[in-house]
Write a protein that binds this ligand. Structure first.
Ligand SMILES: C[S@@+](CC[C@H](N)C(=O)[O-])C[C@H]1O[C@@H](n2cnc3c(N)ncnc32)[C@H](O)[C@@H]1O
Length: 208
């Protein structure tokens, strides 16, 4: 029994992010661009809601988190790689040399990883990022600026490196958690072109 008289259950103790199992609409919007059967990194995967969906679609998925207990049911699953690593303790990037056809990061930010993340994308790979941004402090946690993207920060990150095909920054009220979010989808194909003007090819943009 808790102090306020309610009975606590194991589900009460479950971290909030693990209770969210629906797919982010932003991630759902872009996953069809990932190469069929391509490899995917679900970084700071939590319960692995996004990677699990892609496993079901025949992708090979690497789930990385500092706690992989919520993913233990996936141990031994073909095409699922589970990596337990603390990304912020100063250790080297744990996936050195591994490249992916897609990288998905949702509701997690640790800026020192940015270079390693971009270097881990295969040519033509899809970079899908969505996390809290400045302005969110007026609504809820996170409020620490270290965990909030600055205006245009994801655009600046990929500028001249990836082709941006989707970007938003604003108050999101119809997704997993209400808050101010910045969302990006970009493709690692600026250097790939069969066009006379050397521009990368356009991609199909699905309307929500
Ligand atoms: C808000 S949850 C998001 C989980 C998942 N991306 C999702 O959207 O459902 C943040 C995740 O980051 C992980 N995380 C936080 N700090 C970490 C660190 N230093 N190294 C690795 N993972 C970390 C947490 O364990 C947690 O699973």
């Amino acid at each position: 029994m808790s102090k306020n008289g309610t009975i606590s259950t194991s589900s009460d103790k479950m971290p909030k992010h693990l209770k969210i199992t629906q797919i982010s609409p932003w991630v759902a919007r872009w996953t069809s661009l990932i190469r069929p059967k391509g490899s995917v990194l679900d970084l700071a995967a939590g319960g692995g809601r996004h990677g699990r969906m892609l496993l079901e679609r025949d992708h090979k998925v690497t789930f990385l988190d500092r706690t992989i207990e919520p993913l233990s049911d996936l141990e031994g699953t073909p095409n699922a790689q589970l990596i337990e690593a603390d990304l912020e303790d100063g250790s080297p990037w744990p996936l050195d040399g591994q490249k992916f056809d897609a990288i998905i990061v949702v509701n997690y930010l640790h800026r020192p990883l940015f270079d390693d993340l971009l270097a881990s994308l295969n040519p033509g790979g899809i970079f899908i990022y969505e996390t809290f941004a400045r302005g969110n402090e007026d609504y809820a946690r996170p409020r620490n600026p270290n965990h909030l993207l600055r205006t245009g920060e994801l655009l600046d990150l990929v500028s001249g490196k990836l082709q941006v095909i989707g970007y938003e920054h604003g108050l999101v009220t119809n997704a997993d958690i209400t808050g101010v979010k910045q969302r990006l989808c970009a493709v690692n194909d600026l250097a790939i072109s069969d066009r006379d003007d050397q521009q990368p090819k356009p991609h199909t943009i699905m309307t929500l």
